[in-house]
Write a new protein. Structure first.
Length: 493
């Protein structure tokens, strides 16, 4: 799973580079090889810390920090350490520190660090050794101690063997970059860390769920405007939001009914949407020729002003002519009969609303003879060649003017590749014939039409949703940990 390790209890602790709401933050995943006191050695994939020395060494202790500070975007960060050995004389501490805290002493003995000490069970923050405040039980070899940093209220707590010991420090300074930190004080002292590589003894996922419920309750208690008062300003705004959404997404029938019920006149707007939907529906049906004709009729000059869009439409037109779907394409000066709607390279017909040429029946009419079949096939090939010539000419013009996008060069090449296969549908480039490929063209044309008609690409409702999501992203980026427990879709639903 790369930087994410799947835990056996079904939870995932994010490790390494983690993508939050649109930005990346690095989560601590091991001890630093450089940010440590000289008496400390780091091994076992940067998870084991060992106090080494010829004697009892440094009296105040020796510490090591993790590779990176804890990002507030986590909302709640938790790690555990197992005391493999307290050392000859004992002295183990776990906690947090800034990069400015000295490493020649245990965490908690100065202003820039917080610690929970095993010898007395006291909590320390800017306290001399032995001068801490009573907090929890002492701990020694074999115990598992956890450290949690809760960014919803900037508090720190500790656990022992899976049991929450309560909040140790509250109102930690905002903006401080805090690193997981451990300290040892005696030769032979050794601890192993778990930053999520293995299941935790403490159920941190349950705590996250509880924090999520708290945040949801806070949001639910935010007062909303009272719609029962019939405030005209609020009602008008809501009606406008609903109407713009319906029209923008082409729900003309529903929009007309809603307008009638709310006393609005949207006749002109409905006509504009109907025209746009008519053009886009033709694209989705593969009738590109007719879609281009209506585009020129309804939006004169649009394709001339958008040469790359024009090229995309001509590419799709060629693909649909090859597939037999574009039944409205006609060669210049051609009086040949309508071609069958099938992949025309194979020369086989397909069933249409007018009958099935392949079985010789045409809605009960006489059987098509061999001469007429040859005429149909000849018409089909002529259409492909004519459409291909026009596409090549337009592509060459844009290439000469150096206005063609690179991605559209590949699109033209792929389209022409279709005629190299007897059965384009099963060829390596047959994906172009899939109806889903029309959606890309329809979206491009839709955006161009909206710009031409001075219609925003987003409705008021969509803009409000995007605005709310952007606010959440910015709050998370600026270290407001509560945002980690706000699930936008859950709140909206």
């Amino acid at each position: 799973m790369g930087d994410e390790e799947k835990l056996s209890n079904g939870t995932i602790q994010c490790l390494g580079d983690t993508l939050f709401r649109g930005f990346e933050a690095i989560v601590p995943k091991g001890w630093s090889m450089s940010d440590r006191f000289s008496y400390i050695s780091v091994s076992k994939e940067n998870l084991r810390v060992h106090f080494k020395g010829q004697n009892e060494g440094h009296k105040e202790g020796a510490s090591v920090r993790a590779t990176h500070p804890i990002p507030p975007a986590c909302g709640l960060f938790y790690f555990e350490v197992k005391i493999v050995s307290k050392g000859r004389e004992g002295g183990v501490a776990v906690g947090l520190s800034t990069q400015f805290a000295c490493l020649d002493q245990l965490p908690g003995t100065e202003q820039n660090s917080y610690g929970y000490h095993g010898t007395d069970g006291f909590k320390y923050h800017n306290n001399e050794p032995g001068q801490g405040k009573a907090y929890g039980p002492s701990f020694t070899t074999g115990d598992v101690i956890g450290v949690g940093l809760n960014f919803t209220d900037n508090s720190c707590f500790f656990t022992k063997n899976g049991h929450h010991l309560g909040v140790a420090f509250s109102d930690l300074p905002r903006g401080w970059e805090l690193y997981p930190t451990v300290g040892l004080q005696s030769v032979g002292g050794m601890i192993d860390a778990n930053f999520g590589q293995h299941p935790f003894m403490f159920d941190v996922e349950d705590m996250k769920k509880e924090l999520g419920m708290v945040m949801r309750n806070v949001i639910d208690q935010v007062p909303l405007p009272d719609m029962s008062t019939n405030n005209p300003d609020i009602c008008f705004d809501m009606e406008k939001v609903v109407m713009t959404y319906l029209l923008h997404n082409g729900y003309c029938g529903t929009a007309s009914a809603f307008a009638s019920a709310t006393g609005q006149d949207v006749t002109g707007e409905v006509d504009v949407v109907n025209r746009r939907q008519q053009v886009l529906s033709l694209v989705m049906e593969g009738q590109i020729s007719q879609a281009m004709e209506l585009t020129e009729l309804y939006y004169p000059g649009l394709l001339d002003d958008q040469p790359n869009l024009h090229l995309v439409l001509r590419v799709r037109q060629f693909v649909e002519v090859v597939s037999g779907a574009d039944s409205k394409y006609h060669c210049e000066d051609s009086e040949l009969p309508e071609p069958p709607r099938r992949s025309v390279i194979m020369g086989e017909a397909m069933e249409t609303d007018c009958g099935d040429f392949s079985n010789g029946l045409t809605n009960g009419h006489n059987k098509v003879d061999a001469i007429q079949q040859d005429e149909l096939r000849g018409s089909t090939l002529e259409r492909i060649l004519d459409c291909g010539r026009k596409l090549h000419s337009w592509h060459a013009r844009l290439a000469t003017e150096n206005t063609i996008c690179d991605q559209y060069r590949d699109m033209v090449r792929d389209a022409f590749s279709l005629i190299a296969y007897a059965d384009p549908h099963s060829s390596p480039v047959g994906w172009q014939l899939e109806p889903s490929q029309r959606e890309v063209v329809a979206d491009l044309l839709r955006e161009a039409i909206l710009r031409r008609t001075n219609v925003n690409n987003k409705t008021v409702l969509e803009s409000a949703v995007n605005y709310a999501k952007e606010l959440l992203r910015l709050m998370e980026a600026y270290g407001i940990g509560k945002v980690a427990f706000v699930k936008f879709n859950d709140v909206v639903n």
